[in-house]
Design a protein around this ligand. Sequence first.
Ligand code: ADP
Length: 644
Amino acid sequence: MAMLDRDMRYLAASRRYLSDYGVTHLFGRSHYEVFPETPKRWKRAHRRCLAGAIEICDEDQFMRPDGRVQWLRWEIQPWRDDDAGEINGILIFSEDITERKRLEAALHASEERLRRLLDTDAVGVLFFDYDGTLIGANDVFLRITGYTRAEVEARKLHWRDLTPPEWVKTSEEQMETFATTGRIGPYEKEYFLKDGSRRWMMFAGRDLGDGTIAEYCIDITERKALGDEGRRKDEFLAILGHELRNPLAAISTALQVLSGGGTPAQRGELEEVMVRQVALMRRLLDDLLDLGRITHGHIELVKERIDLAEFLRSAAESLQPAVVNRRQKLLLRLPPESVQFMADRVRLEQIATNLLSNASKYTDPEGRIELSGAREGSEVVLRCKDNGQGILPEYQEKIFEPFTRQTSQDGYGEASLGIGLALAKQLTELHEGTISVESGGAGKGSEFTVRLPLVAPPPVQHAAVQSKPAPVSRQARSVVIVEDNPSVATATRIVLEQAGHLVHVFADGASALEGVAGLKPDALLLDIGLPDMDGYALAAEMKKKRNMREALFVALSGFKQREHRGNPGDGFDHYFVKPVNAAEILALLAKHSRGVKTKAARGTGGDSRATVESVNLASSRRRSEKDVGNGPSDVRPPSRKTGR
Ligand code: ADP
């Protein structure tokens, strides 16, 4: 505090005043000399106070003579002569509030930091009273849950209203922990949104000590979904390993027996086992590769005219071996009228085969399977019905997702990877169709329905004359195999040698280029993935040689489609996907006579299936017309072979 006269000269000043302003001697000195930086507004305040006013300021800044900026709270009032009451000067009361201001600023900054932290888009904040009633929430929480601020602040929502029944117990346990520790979580649970849907949320909270509990929550629904996907994939890999082990075990046992001899009948039986198991593995791998290719948009449909009745017969026939094995009954219902439509035959067969093999797999021996097809308005509808295990309601959507299986049920020891239906669905959707299932639940059987838009085929060109197939020559050929996998090379060599061809095998591009010098091969079978160069580069090099002018170039690849450049410039006349069917290579060689190259069945459209795949080409199989007829008919398993 300081006392000044009318000329603003100091009459007295407290020690605190001196120290607050950083000055020592003031008595008799003019305020404005001591503080030449006195702001004008203060000078005006002094004048007003000398005229009788009282002025108060709760916070103000002032630069001390030593340069420090100070926060002050001040009050100025006039003092008067005792007798006359005249104003003789002013009293200045001031308080240094710099420290208080610093603390306030720090608090404000920290609050601001906290506010910004909570103001992210991700963290919901909610406040409960000790009874568990929601009393407040931030915008993020409101946005996630769909409640309005008014609804929350009406204090009518209890945590139980927001918690699905199966999570109530978890939440109660958290409340018990809270009662002893003052803290909640972190823990995860599903949460009800206002519209009744659910989200996965992670919660953590603590007692604020004033009768309220603060909790933060983060929506983790997407992360959970990724986790589920990861788990499904892990599970899938484990199953894949398991499923491949079964056929492998059968093949390896069969091989052991074969190497030790066995009667001709036993050998024949074991060969059949091996053929079946290889076909099984091949189908698993094909489905897997196709699923990947569809996911990456690599499958293009090659549509052709399909006769529904013929298609159904052929699909039913492909199920014969399974039906025979399980002594099941397969009923085929053909359309009453002729139905022709455009679709990709191979893909449609894949859809039907997957549905039919599931129907057999998930139906008891002696069970009944029904395949039907008809035109319904502007759609072609295929139905595959069985009286087997059925599908639980909660699985009826999920089974179309990749790697999903109804774990509690068993497909009678058959390979089960959970990809068949996913593939069927995606292939159906590529045709712009839909696939669905109906089942009364466990043990009640299932009915799968595929609906495709009926795309009418163009009118038949009657004038077209079918060209006769070229006569097949059975001449011995000179064949060069370039393959770095010794097992594949040996097996292919033996197959060709058995058919009377002359074979030269090379393990890489360089030795092949050198080794063919004295040869004039009719055909070259080139692996695409060679250690020193790829098969395309090797083909290009080989083609520069005079002795290769008339040779047939055949690519062998472990990959479908991806490596097939699918144009005449890729250097190959044919493209085979491993494992290559020996009969196909032999047929190709038989057809090939020097200088007349055969064409790949599907041209250069980039779809490798057509050139090689024998599996699933049911339509080319021998058809037993007497088993299937027009209208409902039975395809009965032929009587079982004796002695098996
Ligand atoms: P996979 O048969 O290889 O497991 P799918 O994708 O073909 O894979 O089928 C997924 C799951 O759907 C199967 O594991 C099975 O639980 C169930 N399922 C499919 N078809 C049937 C059916 N006809 N009857 C009962 N369950 C079926």
